[in-house]
Design a protein around this ligand. Structure first.
Ligand SMILES: C[S@@+](CC[C@H](N)C(=O)[O-])C[C@H]1O[C@@H](n2cnc3c(N)ncnc32)[C@H](O)[C@@H]1O
Length: 273
């Protein structure tokens, strides 16, 4: 058993060194300790979802979008999936050098059930490199609209679970900003985003509200919580969605009302489909 409290008994020390969570002489790296804590924090939420899918199907596919160095995918695989033959994790990432590193690391560790794809999230929706159905989708701080593409991916792949920690999305704030003058005459609600800092923050909140309504409208039950103790500079909202049934008309109607009321109908393609 490891003497470092953060390291779990079944965990690969080699992986932690490769991810620079441990130094070469096996000490915890203070700079990446926070990253490990964050991924563990998320792990607590994702482990029961993986267990549920495996219990139900006996197999599991998980796609991690905007994977970066794939800390999340590697830790999920190492802690829970590596001894399960019918499990596969796909990391989707646009930076070729990060994809190459992850491929090489997975090979070295013998993590056969991991693939890394140099694709945008949008491209991955139609790529043959991914299966037609994927059980769990994760996107941790995937930049800007990559989270929206991850939602589109999840809906196309009929995912049972979707776990999102969105980054700031700039698109909604940009539309609010561009249409400010026009909207002022239409609704007193425009006071909510009159000042530039409020435009940015309200835009960011509204983005996640519209995402949640989109998921509800497509048959998901959604919980939204805060990841306490994460960097303050990041948005740390955790959205977990579980497929529970058919489309929910009332959620679509609420979403449509918001888009109409706030003069954002041009964003329908992004959020209401
Ligand atoms: C802030 S990093 C987060 C990385 C990782 N998920 C984590 O939390 O450590 C965002 C990553 O998403 C990738 N990315 C940005 N837009 C993307 C897109 N449209 N498709 C796929 N990857 C994207 C970036 O290259 C970057 O590695």
């Amino acid at each position: 058993m490891s003497l470092i409290p953060e390291i779990k008994p079944q965990q690969s020390i080699e992986l932690l060194k490769e991810l620079h969570i441990l130094t070469r002489d096996g000490k915890i790296n203070q700079d990446t300790r926070r990253k490990l804590k964050q991924v563990y924090h998320l792990y607590q939420f994702i482990e029961p979802l993986m267990a549920d899918v495996l219990a139900e199907k006996g197999s599991l596919t998980l796609a991690d979008h905007g994977a970066g160095k794939s800390y999340l995918g590697f830790i999920l695989y190492d802690l829970f999936l590596k001894d399960k033959a019918a499990a596969h994790v796909y990391g989707v990432e646009t930076r070729q050098e990060l994809v190459d590193k992850s491929v090489e690391l997975a090979q070295r560790l013998g993590f056969e059930g991991m693939s890394f794809l140099n694709l945008t999230v949008e491209q991955s929706i139609t790529s043959d490199a991914l299966p037609p159905q994927v059980d769990i989708i994760t996107a941790l701080h995937a930049c800007n609209t990559a989270t929206d593409d991850a939602i589109r991916f999840a809906l196309a792949k009929d995912a049972k679970y979707i776990v999102l920690v969105p980054c700031c999305q700039a698109e909604v704030a940009a539309v609010l900003r561009r249409k400010k003058n026009e909207t002022f005459g239409k609704t007193a609600l425009s006071e909510l985003w009159r000042h530039p800092i409020h435009t940015r923050e309200f835009g960011s909140q509204l983005t996640n509200v519209l995402r949640c309504l989109q998921l509800e409208a497509r048959g998901y039950q959604v919980t939204v919580t805060e990841l306490v103790g994460w960097e303050h500079s990041m948005k740390n909202e955790l959205i977990i969605a579980k497929k529970v049934g058919g489309a929910k008309k009332s959620a679509r109607e609420r979403q449509e009302s918001i888009l109409r009321e706030l003069n954002l109908e041009e964003l329908r393609q992004r959020f209401a489909y």
